[in-house]
Write a new protein. Structure first.
Length: 164
């Protein structure tokens, strides 16, 4: 069985890293948008939401959010406020939807604090060590790609086999 807490945490971490490169006010506003969207989506009654869709979209969101750190700087600066708010809304929606599939209703309490990675990330960027943020984002991209690829490979334990 797949645990939806991992994509929730990774998506919140990717958003936190992406918000490290935005202005402080925009980053705080985007973090608030993410938290409100995640809680609102988690409270919505959504019986029977497709699990595979939620996992695929969650991992694709991790991939896209982390990849946005590798945009050329002029594009990132021009699109910064809109990109940050849009990513925050996207992350909040998918974190909230994935929360419907957790075994515990407290999945948000574990995942959403990872958005606060924007604080040490901004400090690292201010010190001139922004490459560390990009390396961490690259690791998140690699994990997301591997998780998406696992969806196309028959893995024992994920599907019924001849023994069941």
């Amino acid at each position: 069985m797949r645990d939806p807490l991992l994509p929730q945490i990774m998506l919140a971490a990717a958003l936190g890293l992406a918000l490290s490169y935005t202005e402080r006010g925009t980053a705080r506003q985007a973090a608030g948008i993410c938290v409100v969207a995640a809680i609102a989506t988690a409270l919505l009654p959504l019986p029977g939401f497709p699990t595979d869709l939620a996992f695929a979209a969650g991992w694709l969101s991790v991939l896209a959010t982390a990849a946005s750190l590798h945009l050329p700087e002029p594009w990132r600066l021009r699109a910064g406020p809109w990109l940050g708010r849009g990513q925050a809304l996207n992350a909040g929606l998918w974190v909230g939807l994935l929360n419907h599939m957790t075994l515990s209703p407290f999945g948000l309490a574990f995942a959403l604090p990872f958005v606060a990675l924007m604080l040490p990330g901004a400090w690292l960027i201010g010190r001139g060590w922004g490459i560390a943020i990009k390396v961490a984002a690259s690791w998140l991209i690699a994990i997301a790609v591997l998780q998406i690829a696992l969806g196309f490979v028959p893995t024992p334990g994920y599907e019924a086999d001849h023994m069941e």
